[in-house]
Write a protein that binds this ligand. Structure first.
Ligand code: CTP
Length: 403
């Protein structure tokens, strides 16, 4: 799936050591379907060459407003007229200061002043420069002017220091650019999601779990952040990275057992939408052993199970009213081996929830793809085979209409 198909992006590169990441960023934007037009400041060319950027993007690279080879010699207007966004990465402290004041003394700054499309900046600088009152003032002003500021991140810096000011990685910038273009159907809403498996300990080294990869729940979390929501992701044991973490719009709480997931979820249940995507163990171990159960000289142990709490049922029971609308709007998931529609409909009734989503599969757990059966009060609707992120975006679209 290419999430930036038909998008025209002007990629501005200003002077800073993080410019070495710009070729990789251009490559990723193109991989997502965007066409990329590069504009470089004079300082940027000290770190990466226009030839590199031209070879990667397949487009001429602009470096000066005095270029007589451009037919109309109005590159500063032409370039932004046809663009869907200008993305500057890295954005230096100097460039941010310039843009915040509306200065236009080279092609990139002139282009930004003359633009009629959104501007996104990914700052990169030494931590003292980032923390300086002047830079913070620039960032604040640009933010007020509607410029999207992506990052920066904290970490190891080229100057040898550790702190705030590192440019986001190309993959994070690309994800945020993709998010920027998604419809903001959940702006201002709080979304709670359970994802992944749970793990029920038998002793300190053994336990019972299931095949859930967490991919669908994490895809829904990403799609919800893209749609403008503030997201709480309660994750069972899985090694997936938190999506769009650098936006600061997602809080991840890692849990292990169903009991822990139950407690963490109920504590965050004051939300607008709840997606119960986790494959929660129905039974826990009654008395997990404190020490490892030794095999030597013993017969196979018998394990006593106890019922785990039903997280979705408990959230659904605690639904409150906001005007005429109940909240949170609860969405359950069902993975069945037979009669998906009948079992899922029955679960929807039993748990007293407005919507349930059946995993049609065939391989629903580890795969990046799935197809879904969405059942609500109006009946059932199939969402055909697609990548989980694409399915998640469609699901978010459906749910956004309900709340
Ligand atoms: N669920 C939950 N807590 C549990 C069990 C399930 O929140 N203890 C949620 C799942 O996240 C999912 C939905 O309930 O959204 C259905 O899960 P499933 O395991 O299919 O339902 P069960 O009620 O366990 O039904 P059964 O095992 O009989 O199929």
């Amino acid at each position: 799936m290419q999430s930036l198909l038909n998008k025209k992006i002007v990629l501005g590169i200003s002077g800073g050591i993080a410019a070495y990441k710009a070729p990789e960023l251009a490559r990723q934007l193109i991989q997502e379907g965007a066409s990329v037009q590069v504009v470089m400041t004079e300082a940027a060319q000290q770190f990466v060459t226009p030839v590199t950027m031209q070879a990667l993007t397949g487009n001429p690279v602009y470096t000066s407003q005095w270029d007589s080879s451009i037919a109309s010699n109005m590159a500063h207007i032409e370039l932004s007229r046809s663009a869907d966004a200008i993305l500057i990465a890295p954005a230096s402290a100097d460039l941010m200061a310039k843009l915040s004041l509306g200065l236009a003394d080279d092609l990139l700054s002139t282009l930004c002043l003359a633009r009629d499309c959104p501007l996104l900046l990914s700052p990169a600088m030494n931590k003292q420069m980032w923390e300086h009152a002047a830079t913070q003032r620039s960032a604040q002003r640009l933010n007020t002017d509607g410029v999207a500021i992506l990052g920066p991140a904290s970490g190891f810096q080229a100057c040898g220091e550790v702190g705030m000011g590192r440019m986001l990685e190309p993959v994070e910038i690309t994800e945020q650019v993709i998010a920027f273009f998604q419809k903001k159907s959940l702006a201002g809403k709080k979304v709670l999601i359970t994802a992944g498996p749970t793990f029920e300990a038998i002793d300190p080294v053994r336990g019972i779990t299931n095949h859930s990869s967490g991919k669908m729940g994490f895809a829904i979390a990403r799609a919800a952040v893209e749609a403008g929501a503030e997201v709480y992701l309660i994750a069972g044991p899985c090694d997936l990275e938190t999506p769009l973490e650098a936006t600061g719009k997602i809080t991840r709480i890692n849990v292990v057992s169903a009991k822990e997931m139950h407690a963490a979820t109920l504590a965050a249940a004051d939300c607008d939408v709840f997606f119960a995507v986790a494959a929660v163990a129905d039974w826990g171990i009654a008395k997990p052993a404190k020490e490892k159960i030794k095999r030597q000289g013993k017969a196979a142990p018998s394990i006593e199970f106890i019922a785990n709490p039903d997280i979705l049922l408990d959230v659904a029971k605690a639904v409150k009213m906001k005007g005429s609308k109940p909240y949170p709007y609860c969405v359950g998931f069902a993975a069945e081996s037979t009669d998906l529609e009948a079992h899922a409909s029955d679960k929807r009734q039993r748990k007293g929830i407005p919507m349930i989503v059946g995993n049609i599969g065939p391989d629903t757990f580890a795969s990046d793809f799935n197809q879904l059966l969405v059942i609500d009060e109006t009946g059932s609707k199939k969402i055909p085979q697609a990548e989980k992120l694409q399915l998640a975006r469609q699901l978010i679209g459906l749910v956004a209409k309900k709340i």
